[in-house]
Design a protein around this ligand. Structure first.
Ligand code: SF4
Length: 726
């Protein structure tokens, strides 16, 4: 927190991480040394791209010397980068030169090993097998699973729909599905943002900008702190946003919903809510208020561990600061995919903000617009017909978001015979790996498009090598907010490995082989031009600037128009009620409670890792090892009881899994809870730096899903710990 942690220290630490990212790792040393030689006397050129280190896709300005990537900086005009790139960006850019890249298509043999094949051979055999599966099991037995990047989300949807299947899934079930679904049923959109520049009080529930580390987010919370905004962290762990915070409120994992409803009780019972907003802009308040009577702060304390007095004080302070006060919307944490009540927790975020009247207000919770692109000329390029059969899983999980689906539900259903993975390590990260292994073993065809041999690639029949992101052009990315802009991933260097392809080339080849090539008769440049022209810019301008500002959308502070069925903010919702759930925002307990001697488990990102793909990056892996970042966190009080000290090796176990890892003993986590940093515990022997390093909490999951929504409930888990070695 501001009093106990040094801001200067944080910034120095962040700078050190970037420096280490740029200085450690054998491959980087070779890379750094080589252009010195090769690039002597060479002209330095500049190129623009979008970082692939996480879903922020920050704009980057790259310099190239002697044909090799030389420097990476954040683009000053990109709203997420604002001139800065985080440490991951430097590491992920190096993947282009990694020795672990896949450089040619691979085909699995009878004995389970992979052999190289040509693109023609891979396309032809995949095409034959897809046609056979289509004929025998119907197109609805084919699925596409992706971590959506700009081109991917255009091409992969077009491809799977062209095959007649609606089975397009993102990584959302293991990320922000419940949050976006919950928000959508209350405010009509899955997103809102915090107006940090003018906020007087902001509450983070589970989320940490200091670990997720999008540059603009860190800058915004730092600026808010400088402006004396009260920043409250509600989290079982004092995370790295603590440097900017005034308060840390430790909370029992999964108790967040009770905490939020306890605050609602105070705001209503003490008549601290915004009557004008509630009366004019919401539906369902009377039912909600009646129900909130039982959610007293004392009731909430018994579930979430935050004292009733503290809940009252926070609610009153939020009301005093309103409307320049709000709950930050979060992302993957408590309301993203973690618990049996994540969807309802997301709805409760909106309920608090509604009572504060902060939607659309200065310093409150903002709904802003995003520009939309046009499409290809349908006269020249035929439109893909809408699939006739609904997506697998949607009927059983009716609150799943249209734009995401649940890939894990689809895998567990046994209905999918052919899986395509694009830029996705679903079999490792989207819920129980055991469940995924079974689904992929039972499938008739598994194809993975990636640049390295992920765990999913290892379980595939074909692995198709994509070129790295700094070698390819992708369709433009629309950027919304108070201002609008467009940014684009453009090739910065020539292709290093001639047998790799870009995603548009791969999908065009697959489509041709599967008999739907007529839908892919355009180049990525033609498509990008068509999209950009509709917002008044062009590929040529993108090449010149990398990021282009679009006409001012004239954002105004005012109550937004909620795109719900009623046109109002819905504290009670018919669609939710139709599932059998309470239509009114209400309490749902978490599913798994630790028994005697067991711990809660929480996970979270670190500033240098965003996905399983970053752990094998040499420089980022070196930072992890230098600072022992794979260690799990245990509270001092728990460690003393178990005779455990920092650095000791422990066994973490439950009925599903057992693994060994070192411990960090700290006061920064509440007793009874373990923090397991995400993305460790790699299982692909081909990615030797990640293999067996740390533990992966998804191994401990039961493999079931949040009711009605389909998220993986990534923190519904309890484990025991025993010391193995000092
Ligand atoms: S936050 Fe970092 S890793 Fe993510 S896109 Fe931006 S620079 Fe890349």
């Amino acid at each position: 927190m501001r009093d106990t942690l040094s801001r200067r220290g944080f910034l120095q630490g962040a700078a050190a991480l970037s420096a280490v990212a740029a200085a450690s790792g054998a491959s980087y040393a070779a890379w750094a040394a080589s252009p010195d030689e090769q690039g002597k006397g060479s002209e330095v050129s500049r190129g623009f791209t979008l970082c692939n280190g996480c879903s922020s896709k920050c704009g980057l300005v790259c310099t190239v010397k002697g044909g090799r990537l030389w420097t990476v900086e954040g683009h000053k005009d990109h709203p997420y980068a604002k001139g800065t790139a985080c440490g991951r960006a430097h590491g992920v850019a190096q993947m282009a030169y990694s020795a672990s890249r896949i450089t040619t298509p691979l085909r699995k043999t009878e004995d389970g090993s992979f052999v190289p094949c040509t693109w023609d051979e891979a396309f032809a055999e995949i095409g034959e097998r897809v046609k056979k599966i289509q004929a025998e099991s119907g197109p609805e037995s084919i699925a596409m699973i992706q971590d959506p990047r700009p081109s991917g989300k255009y091409y992969s949807k077009r491809f799977i729909n062209a095959l007649g299947s609606a089975n397009l899934y993102t990584h959302g079930c293991a990320c922000n599905l419940s949050k976006e679904s919950g928000l959508t049923e209350v405010i009509g959109t899955g997103k809102y943002s915090t107006d940090f520049g003018k906020a007087k009080m902001v509450m983070f529930v589970g989320r940490s900008y200091g670990d997720g580390i999008r540059p603009s987010s860190v800058q915004s919370v730092a600026a808010a702190a400088d402006a004396n905004c009260r920043v409250v962290l509600v989290d079982p762990r004092l995370n790295n946003t603590g440097i900017f915070a005034t308060d840390w409120v430790p909370i029992v994992p999964g108790g967040d919903l009770a905490f939020l409803l306890g605050m609602c009780n105070v705001l209503i019972e003490e008549d601290l809510y915004n009557h004008e907003f509630i009366e004019n802009e919401t539906v369902g308040f009377d039912e909600f208020a009646a129900q909130c009577k039982e959610y007293t702060p004392e009731w909430a304390e018994g579930i979430c561990g935050v004292s009733a007095d503290r809940i009252r004080e926070l609610a009153r302070a939020m009301a005093k600061a309103a409307p320049a006060a709000s709950i930050e919307p979060s992302w993957r944490a408590v309301n993203g995919c973690s618990y049996a009540n994540s969807f309802e927790t997301a709805r409760a975020f909106c309920a608090v903000n509604a009572l504060l009247g902060s939607f659309g207000q200065k310093g409150g919770a903002l709904l802003t617009s995003t520009p939309s692109f046009g499409d290809l000329d349908p006269e020249k390029f035929p439109k893909v017909p809408k699939p006739k059969v609904k997506r697998v899983g949607d009927a059983e999980y009716p609150l799943v978001l249209d734009s995401m689906g649940s890939a894990a539900v689809a895998a567990a259903s046994g209905k999918v015979k052919a899986f395509f993975f694009y830029n996705s390590n679903g079999a490792r990260g989207y819920g129980s790996p055991k469940m995924w292994t079974k689904a992929l073993e039972d499938a008739e065809l598994v194809v993975t498009i990636d640049i390295q041999m992920s765990e999913t690639a290892m379980q595939s029949d074909f692995v198709l090598p994509e070129c790295s992101y700094i070698e390819r052009m992708e369709v433009p990315e629309a950027l919304g907010g108070k201002k609008h802009a467009v940014a684009m991933r453009l090739p910065v260097i020539d292709r290093i490995h001639p047998e790799t392809k870009s995603c548009d080339e791969i999908f065009a080849g697959l489509a041709e082989a599967c008999g739907v090539g007529k839908y892919f008769g355009f180049s990525v440049e033609e498509l990008s031009e068509a999209q950009l022209n509709t917002v008044g810019t062009s590929v040529a301008e993108m090449r010149e600037k990398g990021v282009v500002a679009l006409p001012d959308p004239n954002f105004e502070y005012k109550v937004p128009k909620f795109k719900t069925k009623s046109g109002k903010l819905e504290l009670s919702n018919e669609k939710v009620g139709a599932t059998g759930m309470n239509p009114v925002i209400s309490y749902i307990p978490r599913k798994v409670m630790p028994g005697e001697g067991e711990f809660f488990v929480i996970g979270g990102k670190q500033s240098i890792h965003s996905h399983t793909m970053t752990l094998p990056v040499e420089s980022l892996n070196a930072i992890s090892r230098e600072y022992d970042m794979e260690r799990i966190w245990m509270a001092t009080a728990d460690a003393e009881k178990l005779g455990i000290e920092t650095g000791d090796l422990v066994e973490v176990y439950n009925d599903n899994h057992s693994d060994k890892v070192a411990v960090k003993v700290t006061e920064r986590i509440m007793p009874g809870v373990l923090f397991v940093p995400s993305h460790y515990g790699g299982k692909s022997k081909d990615l030797s730096l990640a293999y067996g390093y740390g533990i992966d909490m998804s191994d401990y999951l039961d493999g079931d899903f949040e009711p009605h929504v389909g998220s993986i409930m990534s923190q519904e888990v309890a484990v025991k710990v025993r010391k193995v070695q000092a």
